[in-house]
Design a protein around this ligand. Structure first.
Ligand SMILES: Cc1cc2nc3c(=O)[nH]c(=O)nc-3n(C[C@H](O)[C@H](O)[C@H](O)COP(=O)(O)O)c2cc1C
Length: 424
């Protein structure tokens, strides 16, 4: 064969990059985007993004638990139309997804929440901003018309919290998330090794010097306003004190009384891992719970959220919306959670990797990857709608052990005896 005959068969041009962003070319999975993010970020920001609490058992468990689940697809089903839309907290959304609240996202990209809010506008999904957001409630609200939720740390100075809730309501936020798993600040050793001490955004000089190795991040960091928390107060000593005293462990269900006086919209408890806590939330008139272990960043040696989800969903039925986060990186993870009783899945680091890698385009790219993978998982499972994702589609992988040594015929038999998952 001559060279002139081979040439037309070769694709010499680079494949087109989504959104024209060179960084995102060839990023087909969240892990691909995470690799780009790790290259762009200096050590301090990387440690803040990826750390878990103490020995990071929970962090690892969040991922390992998905490897213990398998699908049992239904065939043949006409899946030429797969509908991923659903209703969350009374609002119709095109995907059963939302973005988890994140403190100090400007550590990853100079635009922080503004870039994320623009990305969710095109995706049409809810976005929760943190009490420790680095952009103001009002500026974020101007970027998007999709549902915005405000996450509250209900500790410390109640006056500051009340003012933030008032502003969120005035700006049109549609739900409040009360984070209940941060009563006490946890020990995150990766952050300590990197010399950062959050929530105060004080990057050590070593991170800034190391910035020389991460010029794009460093340039944006030094040419942008200093990171502050405009929803807690002006960048002064008082605000820093409020933030450092934020985790004082004084929240109880009785706080709901004064919160209800300020807020008449949906309220959600974030950080629920026990069925009876979800029942209490329903008894107190809450509209939702988020099954969360804070992405493995708080108490170590917690169960993976996917493992406790079925019991919690069974305990509350449809009294409130059960959502989940922690460890979700694939469309199959999301499909499994929906099948096991979640109404929606919130995405934490999986959108931060996009933010760190390429700002707004990066977040959009990550949402697109997850949406596409979810659509594919639903189609391959024979689920034409979110409602058709049910527990019969999931089973636990047989534990490794004596069965591994048994003849293949016996292995198949013993695994099929386990049947669909009813509880973890
Ligand atoms: C860098 C970072 C900052 C976070 N800040 C907050 C916060 O301010 N408030 C909060 O309720 N949760 C916070 N979380 C927890 C997330 O909302 C969410 O529960 C967690 O990231 C989910 O796990 P995943 O990252 O594995 O998806 C933070 C998580 C990360 C990674």
């Amino acid at each position: 064969m001559r060279v002139s005959e081979i040439l037309p068969l070769l694709r010499l041009a680079r494949p087109p990059a989504p959104y024209g962003a060179k960084t995102l070319a060839r990023c087909y999975s969240i892990e691909d985007v995470a690799r780009k993010a790790r290259i762009r970020l200096p050590l301090g920001s990387r440690a803040y993004l990826e750390t878990g609490g103490e020995g990071e058992y929970t962090l690892r468990r969040n991922r390992a638990a998905f490897d213990e689940l398998e699908f049992l697809p239904k065939h043949p089903v006409d899946v030429s139309h797969v509908d991923t839309s659903t209703t969350v907290l009374g609002q119709h959304v095109p995907l059963p997804l939302g973005l988890s609240p994140i403190g100090s996202p400007r550590m990853f990209h100079h635009e922080g929440e503004l870039a994320v809010a623009r990305a969710v506008r095109s995706a049409g999904i809810p976005y929760a901003i943190s009490t420790l957001a680095t952009q103001s409630i009002e500026d974020v609200a101007r970027q998007t018309d999709t549902p915005l939720w405000f996450q509250l740390y209900v500790w410390g100075d109640r006056g500051v919290i009340k003012e933030a809730v008032r502003r969120a309501k005035a700006a049109g936020f549609s739900a409040l998330l009360l984070t209940i798993d941060t009563t006490v600040r946890s020990k995150r050793e990766r952050e300590k090794h990197a010399g950062i001490e959050l929530p105060t955004p004080n990057l050590p000089i070593t991170t800034l010097l190391e910035g020389a190795l991460h010029p794009s991040w460093a340039w944006q960091f030094i040419t942008s306003p200093t990171i502050s928390f405009p929803n807690v107060g002006p960048p002064d000593q008082r605000s820093l004190r409020v933030i450092s005293e934020m985790f004082d462990g004084t929240f109880t269900w009785s706080d709901l009384e004064w919160i209800r006086e300020l807020w008449d919209g949906p309220i959600v408890a974030k950080g629920v891992l026990r069925p009876e806590e979800a029942i209490q939330a329903a008894d107190h008139g809450l509209d939702g719970v988020i099954v969360s272990n804070h992405g493995g960043r708080q108490l170590d040696h917690l169960p993976a959220t996917i493992d406790v989800l079925p019991e919690i969903a069974d305990a509350v039925g449809d009294r409130l919306d059960v959502m989940i986060d922690s460890g979700f990186r694939r469309g199959t993870d999301i499909a499994a959670a929906l099948a096991l009783g979640a109404r929606a899945v919130l995405i934490g680091r999986a959108h931060l990797y996009g933010l760190a890698a390429a700002g707004e385009a990066g977040v959009r790219h990550c949402i697109d990857i997850l949406a596409e993978e979810l659509r594919m998982a639903m189609g391959l499972c024979g689920a034409r709608s979110v409602a058709e994702l049910d527990r019969s589609l999931i089973r636990h992988r047989p534990p490794p052990g004596p069965t591994d040594a048994a003849p293949a015929r016996d292995r198949v038999q013993s695994s099929s005896q386990r049947g669909p998952v009813s509880s973890p």
